[in-house]
Every structure is written in structure tokens, then in C-alpha cells.
Design a protein around this ligand. Structure first.
Ligand code: ADP
Ligand code: MG
Length: 312
């Protein structure tokens, strides 16, 4: 039995570039903030032992503002990890410039925290000591480091596990500790490379909600790599879409889904239109032909979807 046609609006009824008033106003405020990250003409060429070259990134330009949540998506091998590793200072660039808070990036630094896909906690240290580790390395006394670590553990809701060891935690909890450990160093930017990819669907949804909560509470800009397109639309203010071989910017999408975000929004026309656009860019042969559609009735739809929304 087919569903009544009126229940779900066809994706074509909404253009991902159309923003309801609260979303438009939020982007205006966001772009008025200080620049957190500036990338200009960034390129990366890998050379193997035989001298063969892989152009992993080419001509990447990007400006990210303070407290922005940026997701980066693109097909496998398009250079997402290379990009974020260069931002972290873990990989050298071949050309272009990267600056954080106006300061050129030339190596790892306390202004950038990193969370990886794999679990990277020290297994021989307790949760609290894992979070305090970097602070002590930076010269804080053990007392101060542990007191700060306790505050970060409270923020991520794991204070009860302060004395547990990593092997006693679920995958999601380990990643929360990894986030707390990165944030304890008070970076300007949190760089995350597919941090939830190893988690099951439910844990992943919970982690997305946790991350948004943390991001709302503190002054942090997030660059979040994912290959999960729904995750990108769920989390991001803007989505940087890269294409492969060479890795270049395909599009920078302003997500038209209002905040605060909630799971029910995945059925809204603006969510589905954004998701459809990403599909068209990343799996062009599988998606419908792209391009703007007729937008009759869109204003009413976006207004209905944004009633009562408190942006930020
Ligand atoms: P993604 O994270 O989007 O899957 P990567 O950044 O890992 O992509 O890789 C981008 C391209 O650069 C790929 O073609 C990959 O094979 C190549 N590459 C990545 N790291 C290295 C390396 N250390 N040496 C040589 N080639 C690499
Ligand atoms: Mg990768």
C-alpha cells in the first residue's frame, strides 16, 4: 500500500540554499565573529619512494569563524584526513597558508585539540589522569591539573568514572574522555577526524547530542570530519564538500536546518534537501540530477519548521 502523497514533502519542494529567518540571522551573526581558522591556497602532494606523486589537496580556501561548527565531507581518499592533519600541524603542507586566530600554523600547538577515530587514551592511566596528562605536561601542578580534569569530566558527565581505566569504558565514553582531554588544553579549535565512526548507531546519535551540548557551553570552533552525510547535516553550521583526485573544494554549504537541532528534523524539507544535495555531490551517479527546483510554497514550509526555534 502506498503512503498518502501529502505526508512527506518531496525533496524538490525545498532548495537547500533557502534559509528561514532565524537561520539567515544566525549566519549573519556567525560571519560577523572573529576568524578562527583561515586556509588559503592549501595544497598537499605526497611522493612515494619511486617519486610518483599523489595530489591529495589542491587550492583549498576556507574561512571559519569563532564558535562555528564546520563539517568536512567527501568521498574516501579525497584528502579529509590529510586536511585535518595539516590543520593540527601533524602533516606538512606543500603550498598555501593556514592560520589559527591570525597565527600561522607551523606544527602542533595548544590552540588546536585533536580527537581521532581510534581510541587514543593511555590505557595505563585512569580517566582523570588521562585528562590531566596534557595539563601536567604543560607545567601545571598535579593538584591543579586534577582539579581542572574533574571539571571537564563533570562537563562531559563522566565524573563518576574519574578513577576508572579506559578498558572499563564503552567506546562512546572513551571518546567523551578523549574530547575532555583535548578541551582541557583550552584550544581555540577542536579538530575531529571521524571520531564516532567506530560506534554503533545509537551510541553515535548520543555522542552527536553530547558534542552539540559541549559546543554550546564553551567557546570552541569545531572542524569535524565525517563520511556520514546525515551526521554532517545534524551537526554542522556549514559543510565543506571536497572532491577527490585531486582534493579540491566542491562546495561550501550553509546548513538551513534551525538550531537547536533534534532528531525529528531529519524529516524536514530543509534537512532532506541538504542531504539530497550532498548525495548529488558525492555520489552523482546514484542521485537525481541536481540543480534548483521550483520553490512554490517554500516560505510557508520553512516558517512552519522554524516556529518556536531558539537559535543558539
Ligand atoms: P580521506 O581521509 O578523505 O579518506 P586521505 O587524506 O587519507 O583521504 O588521503 C588522501 C589521498 O592522499 C589518498 O589518495 C591517499 O592515498 C593519499 N595519502 C594519504 N596519506 C598518504 C601518505 N602518508 N603517503 C602517500 N599518500 C598518502
Ligand atoms: Mg580519512
Amino acid at each position: 500500500m502506498s503512503a498518502p502523497a501529502a505526508i512527506a514533502l518531496p525533496v524538490e519542494a525545498c532548495d537547500y540554499r533557502t534559509q528561514c529567518e532565524p537561520v539567515r540571522a544566525r549566519f549573519e551573526r556567525l560571519k560577523a565573529r572573529d576568524v578562527a581558522l583561515r586556509v588559503k591556497g592549501l595544497g598537499k602532494v605526497f611522493r612515494n619512494a619511486e617519486g610518483a606523486e599523489t595530489v591529495a589537496l589542491r587550492g583549498i580556501d576556507l574561512v571559519t569563524h569563532r564558535r562555528e561548527f564546520l563539517c568536512v565531507v567527501g568521498p574516501s581518499g579525497c584528502g579529509k584526513s590529510t586536511f585535518v592533519r595539516i590543520l593540527a600541524g601533524l602533516e606538512t603542507k606543500s603550498s598555501g597558508t593556514v592560520s589559527v586566530g591570525g597565527v600561522p600554523v607551523s606544527g602542533p600547538g595548544a590552540d588546536r585539540g585533536m580527537v581521532f577515530q581510534g581510541y587514543t587514551l593511555f590505557p595505563w592511566l585512569t580517566v582523570k589522569r588521562n585528562v590531566a596528562f596534557g595539563l601536567e605536561e604543560n607545567g601545571e601542578s598535579r593538584h591543579v591539573a586534577e582539579r581542572e580534569a574533574a571539571q571537564w569530566l563533570a562537563l562531559i558527565g563522566l565524573e563518576r568514572f574519574a578513577d576508572a581505566y579506559p578498558h572499563q569504558l564503552s567506546g562512546g565514553m572513551k571518546q567523551r574522555v578523549a574530547i575532555a582531554r583535548a578541551l582541557a588544553m583550552r584550544p581555540r579549535i577542536l579538530l575531529m577526524d571521524e571520531p564516532f565512526s567506530a560506534l554503533d548507531t545509537q551510541s553515535r546519535a548520543r555522542m552527536q547530542a553530547y558534542l552539540i551540548e559541549i559546543w554550546r557551553k564553551i567557546d570552541i570552533t569545531i572542524v569535524f570530519i565525517t563520511h556520514d552525510l546525515d551526521e554532517a547535516v545534524t551537526l554542522a553550521d556549514r559543510i565543506l564538500v571536497l572532491k577527490a583526485h585531486p582534493g579540491e573544494v566542491e562546495e561550501l554549504i550553509e546548513v538551513p536546518v534551525p538550531r537547536p537541532r533534534h532528531p525529528g528534523q531529519s524529516l524536514t524539507p530543509e534537512f532532506r534537501a541538504t542531504r539530497a544535495r550532498l548525495d548529488a555531490l558525492i555520489h552523482p551517479s546514484e542521485a537525481e540530477a541536481d540543480g534548483p527546483a521550483d520553490l512554490g510554497g517554500l516560505d510557508m514550509v520553512t516558517r512552519m519548521a522554524s516556529v518556536g526555534d531558539e537559535v543558539e
